[in-house]
Design a protein around this ligand. Sequence first.
Ligand code: HAH
Length: 335
Amino acid sequence: MITEIGEEIPSLKEKYAHFFDIGAAVNLKTIESQQEVLEKHFNSITAENDMKPAEVQPIEGQFTFEKADHLVSFAKKNGLKMRGHTLVWHNQTPEWFFQNSNGSPAAREQLLLRMKEHIEAVMHRYKGQIYGWDVVNEAVADEGPDLYRKTKWLEIIGEDYIEKAFEYAHLADPDALLFYNDYNESVPEKREKVYQLVKSLVDKGTPIHGIGLQAHWNLTNPSLADIRTAIERYASLGLQLQLTELDISVFQHDDRRTDLTEPTSAMLEQQAERYEQLFQLIREYREVISAVTFWGAADDYTWLNDFPVKGRKNWPFLFDQNHHTKDSFWRVARF
Ligand code: HAH
């Protein structure tokens, strides 16, 4: 495909072949509607929702792998790598995990067993097809003095639920790369907590291989300096890093406007500048960053539509609604 100015559109995954994988989160709709862009520019996918506990084990012992299987065969057919998301999380996890049939809270041993069986079932099914997993997602508290987010996992099992999850995952598939994944990961206060948590795992000899920086960012936050510090800090643990859910919202955190039907040109310019600076920075860290996965592929579909503001669209990616390259794309691809 040739642009108006006669320049051929380079493939992002080819441009970045010597740096890191370029991934996209997908679902059953987007593997069809975005097939071309996925095939040309990406060499890795993640299931946006279809491998979460609520999707694969909605009822105890009843596994529903149809959607996940379909995404795995799409990856296979197109020669894409696949990362797994996610095994242990406080969200999109059915209540049955935490309860007995009479409604009373599950005991620690019961919940550990359920965790182990869940991890085994999912990882065994995709062994050899999924190279790495977000084993624990979002276990750190955003604010305040607490290190651990208050969840049922924590409440019932205690702080060692995290290391247990990694141990079970390593037993289930010793070849899989195991990640701790979180958001607000570059905010200094939370960064130090994530560092402390992961350091304690490493010090205990827990099988963990990487940290996933979700990278749900916007046009100004976090600062490049904070992103750099987070990368340096996490890398000092000797683990590999990935940006696992990258998107750059065109709205500031407290912006609630819902009137825009398309992004302003100022937004697009700022976004392009931001993407350029970000990729310049992360190219410096190619030795420690093994993959950069966007939480979507093109602006026609993003989880940020309606979140966190209902009735508001967002345009966080490198490709527009029609899958055409944005300025943001060219600033990432030309270097
Ligand atoms: C992520 N949470 C999840 O990891 C992913 O599974 C989901 O599809 C989307 C985002 C991020 C998050 C957030 O940005 C704000 C509040 C809670 C969670």
